[in-house]
Ligand binder design. Structure first.
Ligand code: ACM
Length: 286
């Protein structure tokens, strides 16, 4: 069920008599990229982010290029180096002007490889990248599987981890990010299987005690005889699994909620159980 934003009241440990409203605005852009129209898609995403203020925005997977590649040369031609490429540089300028952080999925060229990546940029510039580890379906024809560890970065208000779309099928990803201290998991997506990720990301949020932000796209692409329909329903989920906001299946929109990221530091369920401390790693044959 959709709930209102969470606003947390905190005691500042350095100033114990001062009460703090520790709120952070996190949001996503649900949009319909046009394949190959990189400048247009970037402009569109920025226009949508300008409608509201957020401390952290999440854009969809491959938001600048579109999704359905048909040849390796096409992926190579549309991919950009990170952070030097124009899309990452433009996002950095935007983040600087608007004093926000942005996680955005894009095609990254590096040496002779193309990765399905996400960048994290902020007012001070480029912070990190993630290269999708679990490639989905035909993505395996165009992209090289990720080859760097799952990143978690402290952006000031909270620690942010990144995963991309199909990574949601593998609970190890969200758990790895959580064990590194992530309080918010940014999840750029181009989902084509109905409902799965909207369910699994609620489970990922509950089992790890983290906020999740899934930024999915809408619309369809039919660049081959196989039409791909993207499922929308982008969502932000709280550590207790509540859906704080969820979009429709087909409408483009930017949504922002206020959260208290400190909630995601407490992993306890009751006086006896803690999501992380109770793990019995000696019994997990992974
Ligand atoms: C996906 O990983 N884009 C389904």
């Amino acid at each position: 069920m959709a709930r209102g934003p969470q606003i947390g009241l905190l005691i500042d440990p350095f100033h114990p008599f001062k009460l703090l409203f520790s709120t952070m605005r996190i949001g996503y852009v649900q949009m319909e990229p046009i394949f190959g129209e990189v400048r247009r898609n970037l402009r569109h995403a920025k226009n949508m982010m300008r409608q509201q203020n957020a401390d952290l925005w999440v854009l969809p997977e491959l938001f600048a290029t579109g999704y359905q590649f048909t040849a390796q040369e096409e992926a190579t031609a549309l991919a950009e180096p990170v952070p030097e490429g124009p899309t990452t540089q433009d996002l950095i300028t935007f983040a600087h002007e608007r004093r926000c952080h942005i996680v955005a999925g894009l095609a990254e060229s590096h040496e002779s490889n193309v990765y399905n990546s996400a960048v994290l940029v902020g007012p001070s510039g480029f912070l990190t990248r993630y290269r999708k580890v679990h490639l989905f379906s035909e993505e395996k024809c165009w992209f090289t599987p990720g080859d760097i560890p799952f990143p978690v970065i402290d952006i000031g208000e909270a620690k942010v981890g990144m995963m991309i779309c199909f990574d949601h099928f593998f609970p190890e990803v969200a758990r790895t990010l959580t064990l590194q201290g992530a309080q918010i998991i940014a999840h750029p997506a181009n989902l084509v299987m109905p409902v799965y990720a909207q369910l699994t990301m609620r489970a990922r949020a509950i089992e790890n005690g983290v906020f999740t932000v899934t930024a999915n796209r809408v619309g369809s692409e039919a660049r081959t005889d196989k039409r791909l329909r993207f499922t929308g329903e982008s969502q932000i989920v709280s550590p207790s699994g509540d859906i704080l906001v969820q979009s429709s299946k087909d409408k483009q929109e930017a949504r922002v909620v206020k959260i208290d990221p400190a909630v995601a530091r407490d992993k306890s369920l009751n006086p006896y159980n803690d999501r992380l401390a109770d793990r019995r790693v000696d019994f997990y044959n992974l």
